[in-house]
Ligand binder design. Structure first.
Ligand SMILES: O=C(O)C(=O)C[C@]1(C(=O)O)C=C[C@@H](O)C=C1
Length: 378
């Protein structure tokens, strides 16, 4: 159906077009200024993400917007979106190299997606990067002979085996892994290499356009002073570091990743077995349900072995999944007994446990839903 129009409407739309074109000019100017900022940050080794500057800028623009009768959230949304663009542009300028005398960085598994993210970042920071992938093992001793750092970025299941397979490394070479479990790989690295050892877990997938605002978990291994350069380098790339013992990391991962993926997998399996019609579900779905479906559906767009690895690699995955099943059975018993009051009691118990986070998550998700809705065209 053609959209209705009128002379008056057309006249106003011409004016709106002119305003939008002015906005484009302003965006161009902003992007050019950000490019200049990027060049200075590159030279001086300043992190691309500047949280204090962002907070003060947002607070000032919000107050100014309010005084002008503009919803403050509007300017905040626009600025945040523009800053996302700044991170990408500042990323592509490259970064200061924190360790100018380091030998080549060898990425084991560098043909994989996460390996490529790090190969790119090291390259953008001026390090010599070498890739050692499955087909290159015959050349491993050559590739590693003068390595300054070796980064293990292979599937979880293969990590320890690959570490054990490494030829002896130069004694000062840093051995670091990026695997999403930490205790096993860290112990294996400490066993095979007498030099500096570090466990990292980047808390993001390979599709990030920059490391701004991302978190990297740091599990210290050996000779911390010898890998400070890398921690500093990662912060210059924009990420925040979170230090934790490997055991604490692995326990948290069990709940955050393994159980999450397992329940999403079961939910997907259930939808399939129930012959749910996705088209129809979407027609009937409010934005939050669409988002939930997207969270589950995105899992099945990816490599099954990646998820199998994450779930099966956890030593107490089975016990945790059994506990979860028990919770399900407890909830089912409430349903069987028609015990609405019992359901509300349990609900209140969980709400109390969530505390202030419940309200925080409600408002955060409301924002996400608005953004998700903005990007819909039908
Ligand atoms: O002011 C800076 O440091 C910038 O890099 C510019 C900018 C912006 O786009 O305004 C981008 C990223 C920073 O986190 C803060 C602000």
């Amino acid at each position: 159906m053609a959209e209705p129009s009128s002379k008056a409407l057309d006249g106003l739309r011409v004016k709106i077009d002119a305003v939008d074109q002015e906005l484009l000019q302003l965006l161009r100017r902003r992007l050019d200024l950000v490019a200049e900022v990027g060049a200075i940050k590159h030279k001086d080794g300043v992190p691309i993400y500047a949280p204090k500057r962002e907070a003060s800028m947002l607070a000032k623009r919000r107050a100014e917007a309010e005084a002008m009768g503009i919803p403050p959230q509007l300017i905040e949304d626009l600025l945040r979106r523009m800053m996302r663009e700044s991170y990408i542009s500042e990323n592509d300028v490259g970064f200061k190299r924190i360790h100018p005398t380091l030998g080549p960085v060898v990425i084991v598994g560098g043909a994989g997606k996460l390996g490529q993210v790090f190969a790119n970042l090291f390259g953008l920071s001026g390090y010599e990067v070498r890739i050692l992938d499955k087909a290159d093992w015959a050349r491993a001793p050559q590739l590693l002979a003068d390595a300054g750092a070796v980064v293990i970025s292979v599937p979880i299941e293969a990590t320890c085996e690959v570490i054990e397979r490494l030829p002896p490394l130069p004694v000062d070479c840093l051995l670091v892994d990026l695997t999403s479990i930490k205790q096993g790989p860290l112990a294996a690295m400490l066993r095979v290499h007498p030099g500096p050892v570090l466990g990292l877990h980047p808390m993001f997938g390979p599709d990030v356009s920059s490391l701004a605002k991302q978190v990297v978990v740091v599990c210290h291994g050996r000779a911390e002073a010898k890998y400070q350069w890398l921690l500093e380098q990662i912060q210059i790339w924009g990420a925040r570091l979170h230090e934790a013992p490997a055991s604490e990391h692995d326990q948290a991962m069990q709940l955050v990743q393994a159980m999450r993926h397992f329940t999403a997998f079961v939910y997907g399996l259930h939808l399939k077995r129930e012959h749910a019609d996705i088209e129809q579900l979407l027609q009937f779905s409010s934005p939050i349900y669409r988002l939930e479906l997207a969270m589950v559906g995105r899992l099945f767009a990816q490599d099954p072995s990646l998820y199998a690895d994450i779930i099966f690699a956890q030593p107490d995955a089975l016990a945790r999944a059994r506990h979860y099943l028990q919770r399900y059975q407890e909830a089912l018993a409430l349903l069987e007994a028609g015990d609405k009051a019992g359901f509300c009691d349990s609900f209140a118990e969980v709400a109390e446990w969530f505390g202030d986070f419940a309200e925080q998550f409600r408002s955060e998700s409301a924002n996400m839903l608005m953004v998700a809705n903005d990007s819909r065209s039908v």
